[in-house]
Design a protein around this ligand. Structure first.
Ligand code: NAD
Ligand code: TDX
Length: 354
């Protein structure tokens, strides 16, 4: 069985992508998983149903900005790999309050690298050769594309938001720890994820939840910004493949080849909601309203995923239409999951206008 006898640290495992990675590891592999999470506003242990009772799972309520406590976790669990998904992840929040992004995304990654390095140096030669530090990054580090072209692993970094600048910084640290100290690191850069258990501040769940309530659907700017959508479970599979077979020191772009304008995404959600959850007197498309643009709003992201497809034999299984239909249905069938977030005080109001 894959990863049998392996202990994997997943930081940010109570978040959207981290929880998908843990569900996949526990369901499909023999890995022992340690979820290290600070439990910020974006975390939700309800995204890991059944995990607490699984003998291959442990949870550590821990911030990655605390090096001594991290050191104790490395000593306690003696991991074979670290998958770093702990981050502040929302661009609009980074516009209003960049400090947490600098702390977690840059300083937190630095601490994790330092403690991973200390641990790695203590291992036997054989275990040192197997050890991996997989850092999960974003295509936003590459900046914005014009009408043509795709991001490749060779594209130069040009981050435009406090969020993407903090991610770019952490990617550079990870590279430097490989080049300078020989820590076996790999970086992945993926496009916009979507799917079940996505925190309601992000475009797709935001529109589903507001659409269900018959509320206005705020599209930033002219709605012609393009994102390249990746179903979160396809991403989780890609990450464990990179962990298993990726080449140390390399970077891998992960994307689903699903470029869509934001307006198209929101219109598709309206049409799916009309079908799955009828009840509005006319099409929910009438709820769409164009609002003030996001400052520094990147126009287009698009990933060339041919390296991971070719070298690691990974393919996205969902296209945007099948993945979006599954996602809308999931939010309709699992209202308790997101209603609990609203009850905890999450406001669906506009932020990040500068
Ligand atoms: P998320 O916001 O849903 O979850 C982040 C998790 O990290 C939360 O559980 C939170 O509690 C935890 N966390 C935050 N600060 C922490 C700290 N200081 N110490 C420990 N835990 C902390 O994020 P996500 O969407 O799951 O993103 C995961 C990673 O993937 C991030 O690095 C993000 O930059 C990257 N990424 C996300 C997307 C996307 O579309 N969601 C796309 C590309 C890259
Ligand atoms: O209400 C909205 N209206 C709107 O038009 C919201 C919340 C968003 N948008 C637009 C802005 C973007 O063009 O939709 C697009 C997607 O927005 P977000 O969901 O905020 O995602 P994005 O800014 O593209 O970043 C996401 O993908 C890359 C993740 O949040 C990042 O963590 C990841 O790195």
């Amino acid at each position: 069985m894959r990863f049998a006898g392996f202990t994997v640290f997943v930081t940010g495992g109570a978040g959207f992508i981290g929880s998908a990675v843990i569900r996949h590891l526990l369901r499909d592999t023999g890995a022992r998983v340690v979820n290290i999470d600070k439990l910020t506003y974006a975390a939700n242990l309800a995204s890991l149903p059944g995990a607490a009772a699984n003998p291959n799972y442990a949870f550590e309520h821990q911030c990655i900005c605390e090096p001594e406590a991290l050191r104790k976790l490395f000593e306690k669990y003696q991991p074979d790999a670290v998958m770093n998904l702990a981050a502040e992840s929302h661009v609009d929040r980074s516009i209003d309050g960049p400090a947490e992004f600098i702390k977690t995304n840059i300083v937190g990654t630095f601490n994790l690298l330092q403690e991973a390095l200390r641990h790695w140096r203590s291992l036997t030669r054989e275990r040192r050769a197997q050890f991996r530090f997989l850092h999960i990054s974003t295509d936003e580090v590459f900046g914005s594309l014009g009408e043509e072209g795709l991001f490749t692993e060779q594209t130069a970094y040009a981050p435009n938001s406090p969020y993407s600048a903090s991610k770019a910084s952490s990617d550079h640290l990870v590279r430097a720890w490989r080049e300078t100290y020989e820590l076996p690191t790999i970086v992945t850069n993926c496009s916009n994820n979507y799917g079940p258990y996505h925190f309601p501040e992000k475009l797709i769940p935001h529109m589903i939840i507001r659409g269900l309530a018959g509320e206005s659907l705020p599209v930033y700017g002219d709605g012609q910004n393009i994102r390249d959508w990746l179903f979160v479970e396809d991403h989780a599979r890609a990450l464990t493949l990179v962990l298993e077979r990726g080449v140390v020191g390399e970077t891998y772009n992960v994307g689903g080849r699903n470029q869509r304008t934001n307006l198209h995404v929101v219109q598709s959600i309206c049409d799916l909601l009309d079908e799955i959850a009828p009840g509005q007197e006319s099409s929910r498309r009438r709820l769409i309203s164009f609002v003030t643009d996001r400052p520094g709003h990147d126009r287009r992201y698009a990933i060339d995923a041919s390296k991971i497809e070719r070298e690691l034999d990974w393919q996205a299984e969902e296209n945007f239409e099948t993945g979006l239909a599954k996602t809308v249905r999931w939010y309709c069938d699992n209202r308790h999951w997101w209603q609990a977030i609203l009850h905890r005080g999450y406001q669906k109001t506009r932020i990040g206008t500068g």
